[in-house]
Design a protein around this ligand. Structure first.
Ligand code: PLP
Length: 423
């Protein structure tokens, strides 16, 4: 790294401290460019990216077919507002989402800007469709940073503290977390107890559940839990909303994580990797449920921006391909084998878990210290890594799914070194 590069990096960090609110936290990385699974910093350092912009780069940075589609759309028109004029890319994304929908029957969608906005819209739609107000969410859930989605999120620091009061009619049950002693029976009992102690089941519009809890620690919901939750929803006329903002768009192999279980949600929320790096999120669901709100009840100025939609069409086609799915499965197998090996020799690692290539290591100690040291050691060695979990003690791996074998192996070597250095 030259002195000049170092100075440019330091200058920008100084400006950042001066002009950007500290509530948005970022590490020391100052990005110059990114491609595939690699991020180059302004100071010349090159990092292997196991963070993927927090699960937004399932198809890799600057994926050429996505970039080409973006260029093509940019030359046509940038913004139109779907509430002013219909345009093809929006309809084409919704057509693809219907084609890949895990819901029963015909599906329709709306497009918005962020995961949180999509979750909010799913709640609006569920309320309009059922005429009910209450929303049931789960421990270790994360649904976004707006006030409603913060109320739905289950982590006080740093997300909720100081930001209340939050909207009402949000009720929380335990979610399965076998490693910490909550199995399917206990989680179902917690929900049934909630219906006795806090909220009448017949007033609940929807349950909102991440199929694999992301921020909460990469906790996959067990098959039997998803099945029993579906049965409970059916018994009480409650809509089942799958939040697949982090677990969707191929992160676990198939388009949606819930496909592993065969359980059909009523609504599904997508975001993050959907726009291939551009902001785009969606609510997809059973057509009669999606059509409950009247014209004008849903929408937003930028929701379904044409450039983001052009990117999303390519992302959805890519992720749906057999080639992409088998690559994701192979990445998952490589990661799992190596993480199991690490866990067998490192006593600090409590559990390796996840679904397909959406994998994490939970450290035994319920404190963020070791995980933070590993993340810092990884950064020093050229690996971008993120922690998560209620206690910040889970290391999650989110490499692009088209990462090369060599990069994957090198990243895992760096992870192993970082664990050793931090321990
Ligand atoms: C499962 C889940 N839902 C919703 C969100 C919120 O998405 P966004 O940050 O795009 O608002 C996230 C973000 O991490 C998420 O992981």
């Amino acid at each position: 790294m030259s002195l000049q590069q170092r100075a440019a990096s330091d200058d920008l960090l100084e400006e950042r401290a001066r002009f950007v609110a500290r509530g948005v936290s970022t590490p020391r990385l100052v990005v110059a460019r990114a491609e595939g699974a690699q991020v180059e910093a302004v100071d010349g350092a090159v990092y292997l990216d196991f963070a993927g912009g927090i699960a937004c780069q399932n198809t890799g940075h600057g994926f050429a077919p996505v970039v080409a589609a973006i260029h093509e759309q940019v030359d046509r028109f940038l913004h139109q507002c779907f509430m002013v004029g219909t345009y093809e890319p929006y309809v084409e994304v919704c057509r693809r989402l219907a084609e890949h929908s895990p819901c029963v029957g015909e599906s329709k969608s709306i497009l918005v800007n962020s995961g949180a906005e999509a979750v909010e819209n799913a709640v609006k739609i569920a309320r309009a469709a059922t005429g009910r107000a209450a929303v049931v969410v789960f421990e270790n859930g994360f649904h976004g940073r707006t006030l409603l989605t913060m109320a739905m999120t289950s982590k006080v620091q740093p997300y909720k503290a100081g930001f209340g009061p939050f909207p009402g009619e949000i009720y929380r049950a335990a979610a399965p977390y076998p490693y910490r002693g909550v199995d399917t029976d206990a989680a179902i009992a917690s929900l049934e107890h909630l219906f006795k102690s806090e909220v009448e089941a017949e007033t609940v519009a929807c349950v909102v559940l991440e199929t694999v809890q992301g921020e909460g620690g990469f906790i996959p919901m067990p098959q039997d839990y998803l099945e029993r939750l579906r049965e409970l929803c059916d018994a009480h006329g409650i809509l089942f909303v799958a939040d697949e903002v982090q677990s969707g768009v191929g992160r676990t192999g198939p388009m949606w994580a819930i496909e592993h279980s065969g359980v059909a949600p009523d609504l599904l929320v997508a975001g993050k990797s959907l726009g291939g790096g551009l902001p785009l999120a969606a609510v997809t669901g059973r057509a009669e449920v999606m059509d409950a709100p009247g014209p004008g009840g849903l929408g937003g100025t930028f929701g379904g921006n044409p450039v983001a939609c052009a990117a999303a069409c390519v992302v959805l086609d890519t992720v749906a391909s057999e080639e992409s799915r088998s690559r994701a499965a192979a990445v998952g197998r490589t990661l799992h084998a190596r993480l199991d090996e690490l866990a067998s020799t490192n006593a600090a690692i409590g559990e390796v878990r996840g679904l397909g290539p959406m994998l994490a290591l939970e450290l035994r100690e319920q404190s963020p210290d070791l995980a933070q040291s590993v993340v810092a050691a990884a950064f020093e060695r050229g690996l971008l890594l993120l922690s998560c979990g209620l206690y910040g003690n889970v290391l999650r791996l989110l490499p692009p799914l088209n990462i090369t074998d060599e990069e994957l192996g090198r990243g895992l070597d760096l992870l192993e070194e970082s664990l050793a250095a931090a321990g």
